[in-house]
Design a protein around this ligand. Structure first.
Ligand code: ACM
Length: 528
């Protein structure tokens, strides 16, 4: 190559280089992030405070999550988030320790431990998403917020998903935000319960109360009383085949819930609502005679025999086996509608059962009637029916969980056209279910004695997951918000507009929700 050719080539190289840099510069500018508003994101429950960053973070197919090295609980939650990320986006989310933290990453950042373990801060900038908390619960709740931001975006292609930048500071108003599933009137499989958990965990529900026994069925294996499930679990309302959870099933459910920071509350309803047990063991009846299995929906006709010693051996062994598999603090002993148990006998029974529950290391919990007993503090009464009973529980030093049937029963019909549900307490449309304040619902009940709210779903009229979804959704989203967001920050007007935008999200999760005519459901892209 002669000298002039060489120079020409060098000059051309320089020109190409300059052009290349210029083109790259222009194309980087063209990739400018859309300006988005975090404040306008229709999150449920509504967070405590949201500050706009006025830009956006672009999701990438290859992202990572990092946690602080040496924190095994943080690693566990990072693994769980990675799993849910994969389900949500179809992409993997690599789990690193903080040494590996970089751009395009979700960072779990440890702050000082707070009494409110679910408190979190979500900070999204153009390059990174940081979830800060003093506890793994906080990381997980922050992740649910992030998950909603991703899922509310209509694009299914992760390369086209932008989420708004900004900062969310958030913590729940109440510690207990629960729902109850009656698996006794109709039985629901482990897979169905897990799918239900998957949906409501997204809305930061943190307690699942399982109504494990009733007149129509006994649904949890008790090794010392095997006929409870063998015979007592063999049918259900309407005469179907029923079913039950083995102890392995129950432990698996407890673990599945715990991975999502949801506490299982087991309930064995007694001394009433016990026909399935009385049909399984004739000796539990005062007259020693076997009872027929029951497949109707009447209540208040059965009772354990309060005078028999065997009754307390039964209660002790049942509570003992279930308590040993239950890491959560509560054991629910029912105690409602014991219409055929004489009043003095009811008191004797409640006092003995409460002592047994405490002996097994659990806090006694019961429907509001059980406050008639000698509770002596450290108890939890679930108000469903009689306000005076809630006040009595408070006077005895106990805490109160609010599940007023007129407002919070998920099995009540929405309106007269509802295809499932009952209506003995009220018709509860989506607005009525949302529009109330637990702090003021019962005159004289002090806020510090209210642990939170729970929305029970009784199953007389429902048989499968689709039926659960019709009654639970969308109302359960409202109860999740009532439990999380202080009432001063809530209004039906604002909530119903946000709820409208969850229709696509619920559909993506495969939820057969009830399209309430009170909500103007939106399906187009909702994050702007
Ligand atoms: C109840 O609804 N019997 C608690």
């Amino acid at each position: 190559m002669n000298r002039s050719n060489y120079n020409l080539q060098r000059n051309l190289k320089s020109i190409f280089y300059v052009l290349f840099i210029a083109i790259m510069g222009i194309s980087c500018q063209q990739e400018e992030r859309p300006q988005m508003s975090l404040q306008n994101a229709p999150l449920i429950p509504k967070p405590n405070s949201v500050v706009d960053g006025s830009s956006s973070f672009k999701l990438k197919p290859a992202m990572a999550i990092s946690y602080q090295e040496g924190q095994s609980l943080s690693q566990k939650v990072a693994d769980q988030i990675s799993k849910e990320w994969n389900d949500l986006t179809g992409n993997s989310l690599k789990v690193n320790t903080n040494q590996g933290a970089s751009k395009d990453a979700i960072v779990l950042k440890a702050t000082t431990v707070e009494a409110n373990r679910e408190k979190y801060n979500l900070d999204i900038n153009e390059d990174q998403i940081v979830i800060s908390s003093g506890s793994p619960e906080g990381y997980y709740r922050g992740w649910q917020t992030l998950k909603q931001l991703i899922q509310l975006n209509s694009s299914n292609n992760i390369g086209n998903v932008y989420i708004p930048t900004g900062t969310i500071n958030d913590a729940p108003n109440y510690e207990y935000r629960g729902t109850m599933l009656d698996v006794a009137r109709h039985f629901f499989s482990l897979a169905e319960v897990k799918e239900y958990i998957d949906v409501f965990s997204t809305y930061k529900i943190n307690y699942l109360h399982l109504h494990l026994s009733d007149d129509q069925g006994w649904r949890i294996e008790i090794k010392s009383w095997p006929n409870l499930t063998k015979h007592g679990g063999s049918t259900e309302v309407g005469g179907g085949t029923g079913g039950f959870y083995t102890q392995e099933d129950y432990k698996e459910l407890v673990r599945y819930a715990a991975d999502r920071f949801i506490t299982i509350v087991p309930e064995i309803d007694m001394p009433g609502h016990t026909n399935a047990a009385l049909a399984s063991y004739p000796e539990l009846n005062c007259d020693g005679k076997e009872r027929e299995l029951y497949t109707g929906i009447e209540v208040g006709f059965s009772t354990l025999c309060v005078d028999k010693e065997l009754t307390y051996q039964f209660v002790d062994e049942v509570v003992g086996e279930i308590a040993a598999m239950t890491p959560g603090p509560y054991f629910h002993m029912g105690g409602d509608e014991s219409h055929v148990t004489p009043k003095d006998e009811y008191l004797t029974f409640v006092n003995k059962a409460v002592a047994i529950i405490k002996k097994h290391g659990k806090i006694p919990m019961g429907w509001d009637e059980f406050t008639a007993g000698d509770l002596e503090g450290n108890s939890l009464a679930q108000h469903w029916h009689t306000k005076e009973n809630a006040i009595r529980g408070q006077e005895k030093g106990g805490k109160i969980l609010l599940s007023p049937a007129k407002k919070a029963y998920l099995d009540m019909k929405y309106d007269s056209t509802s295809t499932l549900g009952l209506h003995w307490a009220a018709l509860i449309d989506v607005k009525s279910g949302y529009d109330w304040d637990p702090d003021t619902y019962i005159d004289g009940l002090a806020k510090e004695n209210i642990v939170g709210i729970e929305a029970p779903l009784w199953s007389e009229t429902i048989e499968d997951l689709d039926d659960i979804e019709y009654l639970a959704f969308p109302r359960l989203l409202g109860y999740a918000e009532i439990g999380w967001t202080p009432s001063k920050d809530r209004s039906w007007d604002d909530y119903s507009k946000r709820l409208a935008k969850h229709s696509g999200y619920l559909q993506k999760m495969g939820v057969e929700f009830y399209r309430s005519p009170l909500v103007e459901w939106e399906t187009q892209k909702v994050l702007k």
